[in-house]
Design a protein around this ligand. Sequence first.
Ligand SMILES: *[C@@H]1O[C@H](CO)[C@@H](O)[C@H](O)[C@H]1NC(C)=O
Ligand SMILES: *[C@@H]1O[C@H](CO)[C@@H](O)[C@H](O)[C@H]1NC(C)=O
Length: 388
Amino acid sequence: MKRCLLSIWALIWVSTAFALEYPGTNNRPILSEEEASRYTIENYLSGWEPEEIEIPDQPHYVVSEGQSIQAVVNEAIQSGSSAFRTYIKIEPGHYMETVYIKGDVPLTIYGDPDRPEDVHIMAILSAQTSVADYQITVNEDGVNYQEGDPAWELYKSCAIKEEAIGIECSAVFWVQSNDFQLQGVTIHNGATEAQALAIKTSGDKIHLMNNNFMSIQDTVGLGIDEGENEKAERVLIHMCYIEGELDYVIGGASAVFNMVTFNTVASVEKEQYVIFMPDTAPGRTYGFLVINSNITGDASYLQSNEIRLARSWDKGVTSPLDYVAGESPNGQLVIRDSNIENVINGTAPYTIAGASKRPFSTDIKPDRDLDDNTHNRLWEYNNRGIGA
Ligand SMILES: *[C@@H]1O[C@H](CO)[C@@H](O)[C@H](O)[C@H]1NC(C)=O
Ligand SMILES: *[C@@H]1O[C@H](CO)[C@@H](O)[C@H](O)[C@H]1NC(C)=O
């Protein structure tokens, strides 16, 4: 008994002994307590205090299996008001469709808060999907998106593209609306050949709670529309499950991931495996905050040490020489107070930037400037677990 206790203590000691301390290494920088003190939920959400998502006794609308969520969303936006919240309940079932939300009516869409897997919203669309296939998949016979609908502009912006639709138009669930709440649903993009967003948001004060988001590449995209980096795009992702394999959490929003599970799953052979790829605007101090969360992988990734925590997405920059500090996007991310399973490449958890291929670089000088855009802005603090 005593021996057994001793070895348990030895195990705990071993697993914490590996966690790096401030200032970390040139491959894996770690914040000091003082440096970390500015990376709080409050600072990332800068003045927005998300209210609890309420589930009303009587929602304004109910969608049942066989009906179109998009049709109900359109009606809710057309007959709703920006002055009060409109509630849409989705009954358990499979919904093969895309859902585009654009308008100034604050919407709450919810399934079963305790069983998000029961409401399954799915489409199969990737960045490489041709415009012709896109039109058939999301708008067969012109039924789901019609001129005059609140979502028409979003659909049209994709339907007029040439050849492939691109990342921006691959989303199953597309929110271009502020004060949006989503709870208790699963959103799934089944495409495997290229980037395929399950959810894409480009609004402010977006609250996602208790949902599952599943895809392979670019599962969750927060604040990824062109030229919108200057406006507020605050997002809270609370108690969600996010699954993917490459760059599966992306975007330029200020987003807090609190109590979220990030699960890397093996699907198709890729050259590398990366979880976060923020493209934060250089002047935006707060990009992604991962806190009280769990970074893990499926059986084929546990013990592999192949996964990178993050890389910057230097969106629009085509070579390392074209990266301009202070002008180009420079992903900002802090992972803190979280559990990291034995899946991460501990010697080099960050890798070359997306788009520009700029090598990862950091600063471990004592007086470092955490906002310095000549380096990466990817940091960790107080993580635990074998991968920490
Ligand atoms: C993290 O997720 C893994 C895999 O589901 C699980 O075994 C582990 O207990 C989780 N850890 C924490 C701290 O939630
Ligand atoms: C970890 O990263 C280093 C540096 O890029 C690389 O040489 C090594 O092969 C990686 N380890 C694994 C298990 O992928």
